[in-house]
Design a protein around this ligand. Structure first.
Ligand code: PLP
Length: 398
């Protein structure tokens, strides 16, 4: 028989599968609220002006494309550190953070996962229930047994914080806990600073390994505000992991720009950790690509472009918030009596709408409104042109 005769067909990615279905739908009113991409007031994927300007500078400079260092562009890594830990962080002055450029936030997570697997091969990984689908697959693929900690509380329309804390407090030492730093995907519910303190205390007391996934810094309440949790972990004096993504905050999805930072106890430890991360990179893809990271480094380190980025990011953040408010209002206007105000307490691109699987199916099949069966919708894909249709469609399936 042939070499691949026994190869089974892998299941389709549920969200990308939804996308294919959307593309094939001939309904002219169709709306895609499935995929996690920010679109602007006209439903278009934006090219940020700061990105365009930085790109023009790079084209003008017309530099040759040599290999980058294994850990990426030094100025980029430094800019990531300043963004994540704060410009004046003593941690950076002490040389206690190992940061590498990564292929998107996903790449940062995978580098961390591979490093952790070598460090502690028998550790378990805990992700939130529910979580970004790829968390489970990625850590499983890195060789870990992946379990969940309670997170979403449907009745409360919020976080089952007691359940989450209890799970952390009964986890074995060395367990890797993946935490959404802000703008939880898929629910949109974040925990409060005082609750983070309790999480940090549990991580410390139980000897857990915190892995913060920061894919949406600046999409919740602001760059500083969303990053505040990092400062809380630093203040607690624990070592931890942070993955960074610029896919959303720079609208650079396809450039695959991200990073991994590992907080260590000393400068010497940092050098050793960095050397191991470099081996992981070297043996997987040798070194990272230039273009996207150069754009991000240029924007972050050029004051005028930096200011422009912060303004554009605020524009995206505020537009999403406005859509959350309008969504609640227009559902009411469409005659829905159920209270949907919880939508405005959520943060980031996504909302757990509380709609059921049959309702999501009806929305898709009868109205061409595509969301995930879990009830997750991408609020960042709503705009003034489609929100009326979406809310009226929802009113008809409730
Ligand atoms: N982590 C979370 C929670 C995400 O939602 C995403 C993207 O959807 C990522 C990581 C991956 O980001 P990137 O596209 O930069 O790999």
């Amino acid at each position: 028989s042939s070499l691949f005769a026994a190869v089974e067909m892998a299941p389709r990615d549920p969200i990308l599968g939804l996308n294919e279905q959307f593309n094939a739908d001939t309904n002219p009113a169709k709306v895609n609220l499935g995929v996690g991409v920010y679109t602007d007031a006209n439903g278009k994927l934006p090219l940020l002006a700061c990105v365009k300007a930085a790109e023009a500078q790079l084209v003008e400079a017309a530099r040759a494309r040599g290999y980058l260092p294994i850990d990426g562009i030094a100025a980029y890594d430094k800019a990531v550190q300043a963004l994540v830990f704060g410009e004046g962080s003593p941690l950076l002055a002490e040389g206690r953070v190992a940061t590498v450029q990564a292929i998107g936030g996903t790449g940062g997570l995978k580098l961390g996962a591979d490093f952790l697997k070598k460090l502690n091969p028998t550790a378990k990984v805990l992700i939130s229930d529910p979580s970004w689908e790829n968390h489970r697959a990625l850590f499983t693929n890195a060789g870990f047994t992946v379990d969940t900690y309670p997170y979403y509380d449907a009745d409360k329309q919020g976080v089952n914080f007691d359940g989450m804390l209890a799970a952390l407090n009964s986890a074995a030492a060395g367990t890797v806990v993946v935490l959404h730093a802000c703008c939880h995907n898929p629910t949109g519910y974040d925990i409060l600073p005082a609750q983070w303190e309790q999480v940090i205390a549990a991580v410390k007391a139980r000897g857990l390994v915190a892995f913060l996934d920061m894919a949406y810094q600046g999409f919740g309440d602001g760059i500083q505000e969303d990053g505040a949790v990092i400062g809380q972990f630093v203040a607690a004096g624990i070592d931890f992991f942070v993955s960074t993504s610029f896919s959303k905050s720079f609208s650079l999805y396809g450039e695959r720009v991200g990073g991994l930072s590992v907080v260590c106890a000393s400068k010497d430890e940092t050098a050793r950790v960095l050397s191991q991360l470099k081996i992981t990179i070297r043996t997987n893809y040798s070194n990272p690509p230039t273009h996207g990271a150069q754009i991000v480094a240029t924007v972050l380190t050029t004051p005028a472009l930096r200011a422009q980025w912060e303004e554009e990011l605020a524009g995206m953040r505020n537009r999403i918030k406005k859509m959350r408010g309008a969504f609640v209002e227009q559902l009411k206007a469409a005659g829905v009596t159920r209270d949907f105000s919880f939508i405005t307490t959520q943060r980031g691109m996504f909302s757990y709408s509380g709609l059921t699987k049959p309702q999501m199916e009806r929305l898709r099949n009868e109205f061409g409104v595509y969301g995930v069966d879990s009830g997750r919708i991408c609020v960042a894909a709503l705009n003034e042109h489609n929100i009326g249709y979406v809310t009226q469609s929802i009113a008809k399936v409730i």
